[in-house]
Design a protein around this ligand. Structure first.
Ligand code: SF4
Length: 360
């Protein structure tokens, strides 16, 4: 009996010491998580927001609002974390995901069917911050796991993601999906936020996120649409889905040449990995052709085409951006490589596509 009691107390004690971290996206679901935690008397130890540098202005504006509420309910304020790139190779230096894509003439990895953009710009900076956080270090040292809250809601799409994620074992984290446990779908989340007297935040995502739905694109601010046009214009020459059969052949030969060079120097596991990634010749129209990857009956592969077809920006402006943006970025790159001083990305992009506030 005494041993049972001791075990029970030890278990409770460990639970008490298990740090609770909220992965806060500053969108509807994770804001509802905070409201509901407060209602249930559960206080998180840290609330982390990973800033990719390209969230909507409305999302950034929500930060001070939610911080005031967090102070009122005696929760810790939001800690903003960022991925800090260090190596740029031959490319222009960048600080955010959008700049990363522009300087490499590519699109966020989600457009190619991968998730590394959110792993690199969201998950990694949160984990790095937690690695240096004393309560987490103490917890790991004593053999425990940090409890991380993920704001999936109880709608079919998130339930699918949850069904996949719940089986993943992590040596450092124990994931908790409270909205699913509490049976709260997106509408219940909105109601919860409203009933707390808080405004419902906009959907949080990068302004050019490939997961943006056409109806969401229609309500985008013109400045976001211009960014999308510039990004797709810069990436287009490298998108296999936009290449002719001859271009695909030339692209394949170039990739094979690079692959062979790397294979010559690779040994052991690295060689095995490379062998598994031998380049393949794509058929015309089979690769990624824009932020939406491939066309469907509802929308084209390129968001730019949708923006043009639905007159979300004037055609002359779209054509100007498509013509000039890649050339100006190329020129920036030449100047940078020649050792000349170049303006930062924000300044450069403001010049290319002024933010809406500056437009009459
Ligand atoms: S919001 Fe979209 S583009 Fe941004 S990191 Fe996440 S998946 Fe990638």
């Amino acid at each position: 009996m005494k041993t049972l009691q001791t075990d029970l107390f030890r278990g409770i004690d460990e639970l008490r010491r298990q740090p609770l971290v909220v992965a806060y996206g500053m969108g509807v679901d994770s804001t509802a998580v905070l409201v509901e935690l407060n209602r249930r008397g559960i206080r998180p130890d840290a609330i982390l927001f990973a800033d990719t540098g390209n969230e909507k202005m409305e999302t950034y504006a929500y930060l001070s609002l939610i911080n005031s509420w967090l102070e009122k309910v005696k929760f810790p304020e939001v800690t903003v974390v960022r991925y800090v790139p260090k190596k740029f190779g031959d490319a222009l230096p960048y600080t955010g995901l959008g700049e990363n894509c522009l300087s490499n003439g590519t699109l966020p990895s989600l457009a190619f069917g991968f998730k590394s953009c959110s792993l690199k710009w969201k998950v990694l900076p949160q984990n790095k911050w937690t690695d240096r956080w004393q309560p987490a270090r103490d917890c790991w040292r004593s053999g425990g796991k940090v409890r991380k809250i993920i704001g999936y809601d109880a709608c079919p799409k998130d339930l699918k993601r949850y069904a996949h994620a719940r089986h993943m074992e992590d040596p450092k984290y124990d994931y908790w999906y409270p909205l699913i446990e509490w049976g709260m779908d997106r509408e219940a989340c909105r109601q919860s936020i409203r009933s707390e007297g808080l405004p419902v935040p906009p959907k949080s995502a990068c302004i050019f996120c490939p997961a943006t739905r056409p109806e969401e694109l229609r309500s985008h601010k013109p400045a976001y649409l211009r960014y999308i046009v510039i990004m797709e214009a810069c990436a287009k020459p490298r998108l296999q889905g936009c290449m002719s059969a001859e271009q695909l052949q030339a692209d394949f030969e170039h990739r094979m040449q690079l692959w062979n060079q790397r294979l010559e120097c690779a040994r052991g596991q690295e060689r095995q990995k490379l062998l598994a990634k031998k380049p393949r010749l794509k058929k015309p129209g089979s690769g990624c052709a824009g932020l939406w990857r491939r066309a469907t009956r509802q929308r084209p592969a390129m968001m730019t085409d949708y923006i043009r077809d639905h007159e979300l920006l004037p055609i002359a402006e779209i054509e100007d951006l498509q013509q000039w943006a890649p050339l100006l970025i190329e020129q920036r790159l030449h100047e940078y490589r020649a050792g000349k001083a170049i303006s930062d990305w924000r300044h450069f992009l403001d010049m290319l596509c002024p933010p809406d506030e500056l437009i009459d």
